[in-house]
Design a protein around this ligand. Structure first.
Ligand code: SAM
Length: 256
């Protein structure tokens, strides 16, 4: 029997989307991904809870934007493998007419996404890269689902720590957004307390061919540019903030 499933997926190299899927209890992962995830868990036993909290924050942010702000169109960049409470499902629970375009640069993620969305005309999946904002913008526009002249909820959740130089690309994407749009970001943080562990984490991810670059809270804040951070959607509930702070930071911000 061939080790490569149809489509030539490399099952021997760990893949960030599938490592994350394993952390969330998903089934779309292979032995190499599970092995890498277990090594991550040895270094950071909080990773599994961190992944779940990240996902919970994503759901809270989308629900807030749909219910409280009235956002009806979402662009989810670095969407990952479909799991529970995907952006379009949360948005539809508030507003059945909400439109969502998922973007990911991993072709395997795109195949899974398209299979999930086969019968939905308010949702699309495009193969795009946050490092190519013009191309990404054009591909999202081609779906016909997003009106860029109106407010958009744009998500880059657990994405930008895989990108070497994200600042200019994110700035370009912020420019495309109409006033009243919102940007949702979460990101792996670096702080002095776990610096050695972060280095070991970086080595595990290097084997997957993907860089892993934790950033300071100030650096992460600068990804929002002049957008105004909302108070109402905290990344971590206060009782967990102390324990999980080494893992990440994030927020939701509004374009003035
Ligand atoms: C850890 S998953 C996050 C999934 C989801 N956003 C969440 O937080 O639950 C990161 C995703 O980002 C994608 N990704 C990594 N680099 C990317 C890039 N340059 N452009 C677009 N997607 C990218 C990966 O393929 C993966 O699916």
């Amino acid at each position: 029997m061939s080790a490569l499933p149809p489509g030539g997926i490399d099952v021997h190299t760990p893949n960030p989307a599938r490592i994350y899927d394993y952390m969330l209890g998903g089934k779309d992962n292979f032995a190499a991904d599970r092995e890498a995830a277990k090594r991550v868990l040895k270094v950071f036993p909080e990773s599994r809870e961190g992944a779940r909290r990240n996902r919970e924050f994503l759901g809270n942010a989308v629900r807030h934007l749909a219910a409280e702000v009235g956002i009806r169109q979402f662009v989810d960049i670095g969407a990952g493998l479909p799991t529970q409470d995907n952006v379009h499902q949360v948005a539809h629970s508030v507003a059945p007419d909400a439109r969502t375009v998922y973007v990911d640069n991993d072709p395997v993620v795109c195949v899974h996404g398209r299979a999930l969305l086969a019968n939905t005309d308010t949702v699309a999946m495009v193969n795009g890269d946050v490092r190519k904002p013009e191309d990404l913008h054009a591909k999202v526009a081609q779906t016909g689902l997003i009106d860029w002249s109106r407010p958009v909820g744009m998500l880059m959740v657990a994405l930008l720590h895989y990108v070497e130089e994200p600042y200019e690309h994110v700035a370009r994407l912020r420019e495309y957004l109409a006033p009243g749009s919102h940007l949702v970001i979460t990101h792996l943080t670096v702080d002095g307390s776990r610096a050695g562990d972060k280095e070991r984490l970086r080595q595990i991810y290097a084997e997957s061919g993907t860089p892993l670059i934790p950033r300071t809270v100030e650096e992460i804040g600068s990804l929002f540019g002049d957008f105004e951070l909302l108070d109402g959607v905290p990344f971590l509930p206060p009782h967990l903030a102390e324990r999980l702070r080494p893992l990440g930071a994030g927020g939701v911000a509004r374009k003035p």
